[in-house]
Design a binder for this molecule. Structure first.
Ligand code: SR1
Ligand code: MG
Length: 420
């Protein structure tokens, strides 16, 4: 793996000197690095994240390590993920302005991106565990998913430009391999780094011994790896969203790739459903029920906003080579049926990807704090079993769930069952 000779992982002690020569930084923080406070706050699986503060301003510095932070140096990982993250953020900033942190600087050899500090924002997963609401959450994220999916695809882009861009992101191979393995494969066999809550082994066996299920998962994995429709965030879970009480930003697109238009929407849906299923582990019944109802409403809002915005973009921005007006409107034919069929395909794929994400976060290597922070093991097992069983239903019967309202009815049904 290529690590430039001058690459060095920074520490709070060394980072200031390095940034002292970067005008995008000194314009904001001033010229005296000894007056800055540097704190390493990364709590994700892969990278270093620093907050650098001066008397006047603050910014965030994200640096890739040449290995997986969660595991250590035994699992090397290319520094180039920082380049892909920077490229993805630049595109998302154009496709849905204001929804990603402002980019200030990128240093490819140090695998480093400097960006806006989101003052007052907290990681969405933490807010969901704490029982905090975000007004307009589902709607705002639905707009983001629709705009990035549509505007990054052959529905809107110049075909040659899109192909060149897809070729660029093909280089993010190792990150895609993590998803191919950890998300689509490892939950369904005894992979070496799998782990799960005590007692969940029975449910793992139920999934591993279901050939029909594994066939559907294999179809969906093929969609993920060969369905290069649009530039995806690639890892859009609730740890990749930061919020205040009424605003959202999307961060961390280092898993970016060209893939199916449904994928980001699916990851978000799955992680909101996991927040929903885990709630009894975080609060008493009286508070739990209304908060769970709020999460389900936001899931419905996410899908309603996605569909509405996708329809609007179809009518107003369909200038790419797919479904051209020359074949439809220009000849006096409506394109409504084509749109409806495409939206149905997106929805159906999204339910399948959603089920798989619900499985991998409980059975594969990288789990979610939503469940990990439930101290009562008996309760955790019960909540996780419900989540796994609903994930299975989603994968196997994704063609039979017609709407987000039906999806939330299904979630209520599974949340009321005891599989243990
Ligand atoms: C080894 S990386 C594990 C997980 O962390 C990232 O956030 C992705 O979700 C990946 O699957
Ligand atoms: Mg991440």
């Amino acid at each position: 793996m290529d690590v430039p000779a001058n690459y060095e992982p920074f520490t709070p002690e060394t980072l200031g000197q390095r940034l002292a020569g970067v005008s995008a930084v000194t314009e904001r923080l001033g010229n005296d690095p000894s007056a800055w406070r540097v704190e390493e706050v990364g709590d994700g699986n892969l990278n270093l994240v620093f907050i650098v503060t001066s008397a006047d301003a603050a910014l965030v510095v994200k640096q890739a390590l040449p290995y997986v932070r969660l595991v250590g140096e035994s699992w090397p990982l290319p520094l180039s993920r920082s380049f892909y993250e920077y490229q993805a953020l630049s595109r998302q900033a154009k496709r849905d302005p204001g929804m990603v942190p402002q980019l200030l600087h990128h240093d490819e050899s140090q695998a480093l991106v400097v960006m806006e500090y989101l003052a007052g924002f907290k990681v969405l997963r933490g807010k969901l565990i704490a029982g905090e609401r975000v007004s307009g959450l589902g709607e705002r994220l639905g707009l983001f998913c629709a705009r990035t999916a549509f505007r990054g695809s052959d529905l809107a882009m110049d075909a040659a430009e899109r192909k060149a861009d897809a070729a660029l992101f093909l280089g993010n191979t190792e990150l895609q391999k993590i998803t191919e393995d950890l998300v689509f494969t490892n939950p369904y066999y005894r992979a070496a780094d799998n782990w799960h809550t005590k007692g969940l082994g029975h449910f793992s066996k139920v999934l591993c011994s279901d050939a029909r299920l594994k066939t559907e998962v294999a179809h969906l994995k093929r969609r993920y790896s060969a369905g290069a429709e649009t530039m995806l965030h690639g890892d859009l879970h609730t740890g990749s969203v930061m919020c205040t009480d009424d605003e959202c930003r999307v961060i961390d697109p280092e898993f970016a790739l060209y893939g199916p238009m449904s994928f980001d929407l699916a990851m978000l849906t799955a992680n909101l459903l996991m927040a929903y299923f885990s709630q009894p582990g975080h609060r008493e019944e009286a508070e739990c029920a209304p908060y769970q109802a709020w999460i389900l409403k936001e899931i419905e809002a996410l899908h309603a906003a996605f569909t509405k915005e996708f329809r609007r973009l179809w009518a107003e921005e369909r200038s790419g080579m797919l479904y051209p007006a020359s074949l439809f409107e220009d000849q006096g034919h409506e394109s409504t049926a084509a749109l409806q069929e495409l939206l149905w395909e997106i929805w159906r794929d999204a339910l399948g990807f959603c089920g798989i994400e619900m499985h991998r976060r409980l059975l594969s290597l990288a789990h979610n704090a939503d469940f990990e922070e439930v101290a009562d093991e008996t309760l955790r097992l019960k909540l996780e079993a419900r989540t796994l069983m609903m994930g299975r239903e989603l994968i196997l019967r994704r063609g039979e769930t017609a709407s987000a309202a039906e999806l939330t009815v299904m979630a209520r049904h599974f949340s009321g069952r005891d599989f243990t």
